[in-house]
Design a protein around this ligand. Structure first.
Ligand SMILES: Cc1cc2nc3c(=O)[nH]c(=O)nc-3n(C[C@H](O)[C@H](O)[C@H](O)COP(=O)(O)OP(=O)(O)OC[C@H]3O[C@@H](n4cnc5c(N)ncnc54)[C@H](O)[C@@H]3O)c2cc1C
Length: 816
């Protein structure tokens, strides 16, 4: 596919350089050209597709966890179907659908939840019985199949033909491609991309799309950026033609057997996501040659072969063509990296494709090109946010441990509360010893281990029903509701903004009025120019020239990048103080007594959203009177090494720890919105019902867009849904139907989706927050589709618990 003679030199300047000629690079180049970038250049150090792309199985399965990621694959499918006609180069697109079989009751729930999700995301999906599954896949053994989900929109493509078509389409619009051209350095100045040095010379440029597949960690490091991506061995078996296969069949997913199976040139292709997968050793990564495969390993594949023989007895007599073992890259959470890095302006990642690079490539390249050209993605890409990992996840040890686990769990049943077991304990919270002593069950967040609940008796068995932690979490909620509970909030990001222009700067990047006296807390949003949430934060004004922003754990890197980018000559410094401080939430009706007992009774004088200083056990602290759980109390921040002393004093006075599950249940009951659930970069404070935190007369980023949206009126809004059946277990991300279609879900009208859900212990029933059509009013009957079963509930526009906030606002009473 060589594009140019070997002596050709690269241009001195190109507005955008794409590095890497796999499916991500080719698609990004095509879309840049289609978006009107006439001088885009792609550099590939070997030949196009010679990395992972050429040996991909080419499956295109549309359903993803979110609507926007699903839309990327839907877009891919329509592009792959159309490119042949546009370019004259066929892509090999075959739309034969897919079947996911269920061979255990829990797998039935999983696939039926996926069926419901497919409907939510506008895909066709239908439950079929074993007989119909057998009709669609005659070679399949079905005596243990309970049923299956049939997804007619899925398909497959020929990866090399696809790239050839993308490249043809790109070149026709003026893009240029240089093979045998490796990038050896990335040039930056003042935190911005300035160019690349290649083996054929330097190209000055304004932006780079880094589509370097499994080599992306090293490539990003050339620009001082972080791309936590690691390759693993990835297998599929190919047979020669066998009897019983004629024409093309749907792709068969037997996920309890960790398999996907399809026809291939009259034979079979049997691919797997095997437990016990293997990372590629660090020293090998640089040595992988173009079009290189890794060694066949039949011992390793044997358990998968046994599963495949069980499902397809005809395989026993098939002649094996090859056991293909190719490298593919994975990220620590199984989702790819897409977007601009926080560290380097103009450096855009499109990598770490977690074995869905061909399916996502079309839409992923489109989104990346859109982002580069327009400064933002076509729709929120929160799950793929490239800045969502802490540095500790970029280590060789962490990545080489986590990547194979991600591969091996690709087909896991998505039980709520599922935890990864590798690369744990990467960083410790200041109170981790205490939490271990209290037998906490931990979940990993931004590398930290946060207590989910306490007094774990045994490793919890996972289920879609009422979870093993239902009782312990209920006790913790009760502790916060009638006594006093301690919540660990130390992993919240703490970003200090200091300097004489701090107020002016924050008034521009925050939507609320930041001109408040020191000692005040301010709840605010950082909005993008479209009025959508970049971040949802609480800010303390500590001094005239010092603010401390409290943000979500996973938002630290992103928020720092956002703030840095929006400085406009103001004299301020930004500092990540997250690890310097610990934050403990002391919440509940006993909090006031406890504060007095430990010598911090002055905190009782604080008004709501006011900040004060005090001392507990001889340690200085700052406390702000507010509540994320709806009970009266403070969030107490102290120097991290002093947290243990303060905790001991509060514990001795009667406070007891409560975990994140209790906090989340209480948050949902209170209707508090959270980033990644109710809020994202497409949602404005108007849909979120948070206009009260907008200072309309202030000149903040996003105001004009917000004003326009206000004038037009919103189409959806966040509401609370209380379910009638107290045994229902909504998890979030379920379709919400108008009640007229609630009987079976199929004929009804989807009016929205749940964004967060939990059992509400204080209201005694399951409660969900949902983004639904703005037309549905107080009391509207709806049904939540949980694994294709409708559960009736009612819309309420107020929080489920203590709608007026009286409990948390009332005078604490410990002092007259
Ligand atoms: C066995 C197997 C089966 C798979 N099956 C499927 C499937 O069914 N469906 C699906 O969607 N996905 C599948 N995948 C995954 C899919 O193939 C990958 O996600 C996808 O090909 C990754 O594309 P990419 O462009 O990110 O990376 P690559 O194709 O690896 O391209 C990266 C390119 O960057 C170049 N490069 C790196 N560093 C530099 C540098 N410094 N300068 C210049 N160039 C550089 C490399 O040479 C390489 O060509 C499969 C993968 C494997 C291994």
């Amino acid at each position: 596919m060589t594009d140019l003679p070997s002596h050709a030199s690269v241009p001195a300047h190109a507005s955008i350089v794409v590095i890497g000629g796999g499916v991500m690079g080719c698609s990004t180049l095509y879309h840049l050209a289609r978006d009107g970038v006439a001088d885009a250049v792609l550099v590939e150090r070997n030949q196009l597709t010679s990395g992972t792309t050429w040996h991909s199985a080419g499956q295109v399965r549309a359903l993803r966890s979110s609507r926007n990621l699903t839309n990327l694959v839907k877009y891919s499918a329509s592009l792959y179907a159309a490119l042949g006609q546009e370019t004259g180069q066929q892509t090999g697109w075959i739309n034969k659908g897919s079947i996911s079989i269920a061979t255990s009751p829990e797998r039935v729930t999983h696939v039926r939840r996926q069926e419901a999700l497919a409907h939510l995301h506008g895909l066709r999906a239908e439950w079929i019985g074993p007989d119909e599954a057998a009709e669609r896949w005659p070679l399949m053994r079905t005596d243990d199949v309970i049923g299956a989900v049939w997804s007619p929109d899925d398909g497959r493509v020929s990866p090399s033909d696809l790239c050839a078509a993308l490249v043809k389409g790109a070149k026709a619009r003026g893009a240029r491609i240089f093979e045998e051209t490796g990038v050896t350095a990335i040039l930056t100045k003042d935190g911005r991309i300035r160019g690349v040095e290649t083996t054929r010379g330097t190209i000055r440029c304004d932006a780079i799309a880094l589509c370097t597949g499994l080599w992306s960690r090293a490539a990003a490091a050339l620009a001082g950026a972080v791309a936590p991506v690691w390759p693993c061995e990835h297998f599929y078996l190919l047979t020669r033609p066998i009897e019983g296969i004629s024409g093309n069949l749907p792709t068969l997913g037997d996920h309890n057997g960790q398999l996907y199976i399809r026809d291939d040139s009259g034979g079979l292709l049997v691919g797997c996501f095997e437990p016990g997968a293997r990372a590629i050793p660090p020293e090998m990564i640089g040595q992988i040659k173009p079009f290189q495969l890794l060694a066949e390993d039949w011992d390793h594949f044997e358990p998968m072969m046994i599963n495949a023989l069980h499902r397809l007895p005809a395989l026993a007599t098939a002649e094996v063509k090859m056991l293909l073992n190719g490298p593919e890259s994975f990220t620590p959470d199984g989702t790819f990296l897409l977007g601009e890095t926080a560290e380097t302006r103009g450096l855009f990642l499109g990598c770490g494709m977690n074995s869905v690079g061909v399916a996502t490539g079309g839409g992923g390249g489109m989104a990346l090109a859109h982002w580069i050209c327009h400064g933002h993605p076509p729709a929120d890409m929160g799950e793929a946010e490239p800045n969502r990992f802490p540095d500790c996840f970029n280590s060789v040890e962490a990545l080489a441990a986590r990547a194979p686990e991600e591969l091996g769990r690709h087909y896991d049943i998505a039980y709520p509360g599922r935890q990864m077991t590798s690369a744990r304990n990467l960083r410790r919270l200041p109170l981790q010893d205490k939490w271990e002593a209290e037998r906490a069950h931990f979940g990993q967040f931004y590398g930290w281990e946060r207590p989910l609940y306490f007094h774990k008796a045994a490793e919890p068995e996972l289920t879609f029903g009422r979870p093993a932690w239902f009782g312990p979490v209920g006790s913790e909620v009760e502790q916060a509701h009638s006594g006093a509970a301690l919540f660990d909030q130390s992993s919240f990001g703490k970003i200090e903004v200091e300097g004489r222009d701090a107020e002016r700067f924050l008034n521009r990047v925050c939507a609320n009025d930041m001109t408040r006296a020191p000692g005040r807390a301010i709840y605010t949003a950082m909005l993008n120019p479209r009025g959508g949430y970049e971040s949802d934060v609480t800010v303390l004004r500590i001094r005239d020239d010092l603010y401390r922003i409290y943000t979500g754990s996973a938002a630290i890197r992103r928020d720092l990048g956002w703030l840095r980018r929006h400085m406009d000559g103001e004299r301020v410094t930004l500092r990540d103080a997250t690890e310097e401080f610990a934050t403990i939430g002391l919440m509940g009706p006993e909090a006031a007594r406890i504060a007095t007992e430990v010598g911090a009774g002055n905190l009782n004088d604080l008004g709501y959203f006011r900040l004060g200083e005090s001392e507990i056990a001889g340690a200085h602290l700052r406390a702000v009177r507010l509540s994320y759980v709806g009970e009266a109390g403070w969030e107490i921040t102290c120097k991290a090494p002093n947290a243990g002393r303060i905790y001991d004093a509060l514990y001795a006075a009667g406070a007891r720890p409560a975990g994140l599950y209790a906090q989340t249940s209480m948050r949902i009951e209170k209707g508090y919105r959270a980033i990644g659930h109710e809020l994202d970069s497409d949602v404005t404070p108007l849909e979120a019902g948070l206009e009260f935190a907008v200072a309309w007369d202030s000149d903040f980023i996003g105001r004009e867009a917000l004003e326009r949206r206000r004038d037009e009126g919103v189409k959806s809004r966040i509401v609370t849904i209380l379910l009638d059946d107290i045994d229902a277990v909504p998890l979030g991300n379920e379709p919400v139907y108008a009640s007229d279609g609630a009987s079976d879900g199929s004929g009804g009208r989807i009016v929205g989706r749940t964004t967060s859900a939990a059992f509400g212990y204080r209201v005694g029933r399951p409660v969900a927050l949902a983004a639904i059509d703005a037309g549905l009013d107080e009391g509207a009957p709806v049904a939540i589709d949980i694994a294709r079963q409708p559960f009736a509930g009612r819309v309420t526009l107020e929080p489920a618990f203590d709608p007026t906030g009286a409990r948390m606002r009332k005078a604490t009473g410990a002092r007259p």
